[in-house]
Ligand binder design. Structure first.
Ligand SMILES: [Fe+2]
Ligand SMILES: [Fe+2]
Length: 125
């Protein structure tokens, strides 16, 4: 079991909705890590769906706050969606494929929250 998905208070942005969504993404990633390979596709689809829900909510919030880095932030979100699309379409029902996806998503989300989402949190503070 990797420890990419240990939730830490360092990830809190102070926005209840955003923080709740981030926590749910962690929960889904942990669920994927623990899933049988035959069940992974369903979990990956939910991870993909919910990531999009979260990105839309976050972008709406940024737009309402007139966040100057909104366009750049949207590009980062789109980039992840593209990669997730590729990874899920190439997904093979093996533990290696599952673990690669979990590791990629874990690293991405942790870096993105710490470097980008918290930048926005500081902006609206
Ligand atoms: Fe974001
Ligand atoms: Fe986020």
């Amino acid at each position: 079991m990797t420890n990419y998905f240990k939730w830490k208070s360092d990830f809190l942005t102070g926005n209840l909705k955003v923080d709740g969504q981030h926590q749910y993404l962690f929960k889904l990633a942990n669920h994927l890590q623990e899933s049988e390979v035959s069940e992974c596709r369903t979990v990956i689809m939910e991870l993909y769906r919910y990531t999009r829900v979260h990105f839309s909510a976050e972008e709406e919030l940024m737009s309402l706050s007139k966040y100057p880095l909104l366009k750049d932030h949207i590009k980062l979100h789109e980039n992840l969606i593209t990669i997730l699309n590729d990874l899920s379409s190439q997904f093979e029902e093996t533990t290696e494929s599952r673990d690669d996806l979990v590791a990629f998503f874990g690293n991405w989300i942790v870096n993105h929250i710490l470097n980008e989402d918290l930048r926005f949190a500081n902006f609206i503070e």
